[in-house]
Design a protein around this ligand. Structure first.
Ligand code: NDP
Length: 794
């Protein structure tokens, strides 16, 4: 036989990783786990249990107890009791503990990888070479941030007790993504692993004791969805960090509304993998293997929608099919397989069902092998002949299933890629760097990879937009998710209980100005009458009428949002231009100094020095954000690969601003200026008091080159208007200063399109205070960071 023929006919034999050590560890623990609370392993009396199985052969690995409400409470209490001393211990002390954790995980990497593969069904090659090394990197990286916290993150403090709920697709890696930044910054945590994959978390719990993590700083409770729900809604939890399905993300948003909790949601995706005709097609094929068959496609950012330029479609599909023939399936512990088992019978049924029912709407399925339910093996699959409205193109399948469509032009590619309710990630494939760098920013997603897919690193933030959630994990931006500005100690002394704008029915006041003045809304760059035709008096502090202002309704809000939508060109203006516009605005306002000071004295009842102070601070604040416009400009991360990752702050889109009552001029500018400096458009609803003040600014805006629709103002009943605004599907974020009822309302309504919210007590700060009234906190809220991965070299 010729050598070449022998080589062709060579077959792989099994190269099994030993499970001896992992099994011994399970035996040592009696194959039974309870909870890890306050540094102890606890078992409840007569607790309900969940069986943990190996999805590849249905064998039972262990049993875990389900934490009941009392046990969850115990865990939260343990976290709360340890948190302050953990923070007080200082950055260096925390850095040493995180470093010890990294070292210990490294030492036990092999057994953790095997446990992960047994529990989850993923190939050992992936847990060994990807998940666990990346988890280790997270602990090292965040040990560094703990060390630097005092100097680099001054003015911020930990949020307190953090509930962290993780899914089953990357059990140990997700644990590391969540726990490392949280404890590095001085928080204590309660983590709930997924019910089907809790084993490596219990292994980690044992390492915590060895690494010297103080008792109560890390707590782990096991259980199913109910345990997660109890934990996230617990009143003593200050922040919830969740990764999982969009449906559960929504449920958590709803159940935590009005509880003043910080929240990050890392949810599902249907990420585009865009291939231009000048791409290196052989690299593309390997990229597709990484994008959709890595981890059996059970990846939130899997490249599950392949968009191919029509001229290379046939050729590329041919190459993909050929490559599919050589992908190997086998027992997950076999070191030479590519695809393992889906995580559970339930997930196998879910993927099978979605594909089967989806194909009823058309499409051609190609697989090289048959699914095998006894091993939860679902083969790599592609589906062609579908259009962008097809259910399989829109729904997240969360399995190794790739849908394929084609496009002709670059704009069509961008449009198709963005045609999804999700916005987690995307990749662009082209050998033309100009083209790739043009397309990447146009893709609506939190992460974009150029000529690669599914690359991750602790230094590069990860997270989504739209229904993929909000917040980032990793990078400096990820740290702020576990921090808050040092607590404000402010009690409003003036203006907070002044007069409101009133409905006409029950008010009889004198008018202070000689001529009756009616101030209109400002929408799309024009002064506009209210849709309902009604006006209400805006009262001065003494009860006299300062002016009449429009009483807005749902239609007015819709018009304002529509105007903001049309003004989307503002985002693509240069930062230099936005700065110039803001400086010009300040300049024009300065000319009207005396008039505004008089107006503030008359309206708010403040003395001249106070009014002058507010006016001067307002001009200074506009200058500050004009200055920041071209300086809040991202980073280039040195992640461990041959390439550079650009972290670009992007505007959120349309932001709804619901203002506090006092310091009406300065507060308005403190909200509007950072938002528009970063390229957002805003719809502004003033506080209940002194609604005339913001409308007095309209004539200044009109003369300041601010494009129509960038700032829109609607007056009227603050609660009613902001409810309409929060419910609008095109508003992407709400900043709200209101009472607790209003804030709760805003947070619950925002669940519809999963908009970001930033809610505060009505008069929580003195806007004259530089630390409270301006700064990068506002700019961070006005942006989200997109990480663009750009490898180089051949
Ligand atoms: P879930 O979103 O249900 O689970 C994620 C985590 O949340 C698990 O720990 C789960 O607990 C917990 N959980 C479930 N319900 C609640 C609740 N009401 N309140 C708080 N926590 C809760 O994902 P599934 O495991 O059910 O998977 C379903 C689908 O979700 C997948 O098919 C996939 O489409 C998507 N998914 C997306 C992921 C991502 O990374 N974006 C990851 C996993 C799934 P428990 O598992 O114990 O029930």
């Amino acid at each position: 036989m010729k050598l070449s023929k022998s080589i062709e006919e060579l077959e792989y034999s099994q190269a099994l990783e030993s499970d001896k050590e992992a099994m011994a560890w399970l035996e040592t623990n009696g194959r039974k786990f309870g909870q890890f609370i306050g540094g102890e392993f606890l078992f409840q009396k007569n607790a309900d249990q969940i069986k943990v199985t190996n999805p590849a052969d249905s064998s039972i690995l262990a049993a875990i107890e389900i934490a009941d409400d009392k046990t969850v409470d115990l865990a939260v209490t343990a976290a709360a009791q340890s948190q302050k001393s953990w923070y007080k211990a200082g950055g260096h002390a925390r850095a040493k503990v995180l470093y010890a954790l990294a070292r210990l995980i490294q030492k036990h990497a092999r057994v953790i990888s095997v446990l992960e593969t047994l529990d989850n069904g993923k190939p050992i090659r992936e847990s060994r070479d990807s998940d666990i090394p990346l988890a280790i990197r997270h602990f090292y990286y965040h040990a560094g941030w703990a060390q630097l916290q005092e100097s680099e993150l001054a003015g911020q403090e930990p949020v307190g007790v953090v509930a962290q709920i993780i899914p089953w697709n990357f059990p140990f890696l997700m644990l590391a993504w969540k726990i490392a930044p949280a404890i590095a910054m001085g928080n204590s945590i309660v983590l709930k692993p997924a019910e089907s994959t809790p084993l490596t978390a219990m292994f980690f719990a044992q390492l915590c004791t060895e690494a010297g993590v103080p008792k109560g700083v890390v707590n782990i409770v096991n259980g199913a969805g109910n345990t997660g729900a109890t934990l996230s809604a617990h009143p003593n939890v200050n922040k919830v960090a969740f990764t999982g399905s969009t449906a559960v993300g929504r449920a958590i948003r709803k159940s935590t509304a009005g509880q003043s909790k910080k929240l990050t949601l890392e949810l599902g995706g249907k990420s585009a993998f865009v291939v231009f005709d000048d791409a290196d097609l052989d690299s593309v094929v390997e990229g597709i293997v990484d994008a959709i068959w890595y981890n059996q496609g059970e990846v939130c950012c899997a490249g599950s929608r392949l968009l191919i330029q029509a001229s290379v479609e046939e050729k590329l599909i041919g190459k993909i099919k050929k490559r599919m023939e050589s992908l190997r399936f086998g027992t997950p512990l076999d070191k030479s397989i590519d695809v393992g088992s889906l995580v559970s019978d339930k997930q196998f049924e879910q993927v099978s069902h979605l594909v089967k029912s989806g194909l009823k709407s058309g499409g051609n399925l190609f697989q090289c092998e048959q699914p095998d339910s006894s091993k939860n093996y679902y083969p790599p699959s592609i589906i062609t002949d579908v259009d962008s409205s097809h259910p399989l193109v829109q729904e997240e399948i969360f399995g190794p299933v790739l849908v394929i469509m084609s496009f002709r032009t670059q704009p069509e590619a961008i449009q198709l890629a963005n045609n999804t309710r999700y916005g987690l990630s995307a990749s662009v494939w082209s050998e033309n760097i100009n083209r790739a760098m043009h397309v990447a920013p146009a893709l609506i997603a939190g992460v974009v990879w150029i000529n690669c897919h599914n690359k991750f690193d602790a230094a590069c933030g990860f997270g989504g937009v739209k229904e993929s959630g909000f917040g980032r994990e990793g990078g400096k931006e990820g740290l702020y998710e576990y921090l808050k500005p040092v607590q404000l100690k402010y009690k409003a002394t003036n203006g907070a209980s002044g007069n409101k704008a009133s409905s006409t029915s029950n008010v009889q006041h004198s008018t202070s100005s000689e001529i009756d003045r009616t101030l209109k809304f400002y929408i799309g760059g024009k002064q506009v009458r209210p849709d309902g035709g009604n006006s209400i008096p805006a009262l001065n502090f003494d009860g006299s009428i300062s002016a009449w202002v429009g009483q807005g309704n749902r239609k007015d809000i819709r018009n304002a949002v529509e105007a903001a939508r049309k003004a989307n060109g503002w985002a693509s203006k240069t930062a230099h231009l936005r700065a110039q516009v803001l400086y010009f605005f300040a300049e024009n306002l300065t000319v009207r100094k005396d008039e505004f000071i008089k107006r503030l004295m008359e309206t708010c009842g403040v003395k001249k020095p106070e009014a002058t102070g507010e006016f001067n601070a307002t001009v200074s604040r506009i200058f500050s954000y004009a200055a920041w416009a071209d300086k809040f400009d991202g980073a280039a991360h040195d992640a461990p690969y041959r390439g550079i990752t650009l972290a670009l702050p992007e505007p959120i889109g349309i932001i709804g601003l619901v203002a506090p009552d006092h310091q009406p001029l300065l507060a308005a500018i403190s909200l509007i200026a950072p938002a528009i400096a970063m390229g957002n458009r805003v719809v502004y609803i003033p506080g209940d008091q002194y609604q005339n003040i913001i409308l007095e600014l309209v004539s200044v805006m009109e003369t300041s080159d601010i494009p129509g629709g960038v700032i829109n103002i609607v007056t009227g009943d603050k609660n009613e208007l902001s409810t309409h605004l929060a419910g609008h599907g095109e508003v992407e974020s709400m900043w709200c200063w209101g009472d607790s009822e209003l804030n709760k309302n805003i947070e619950s309504i925002s669940v519809e399109n999963l908009k970001r919210t930033w809610c505060h007590e009505n008069n929580d700060r003195d806007w004259l205070d530089m630390n409270a009234g301006e700064g990068t906190e506002f700019l961070r809220k006005a942006t989200h960071v997109k990480n663009i991965w750009t490898p180089y070299g051949d």
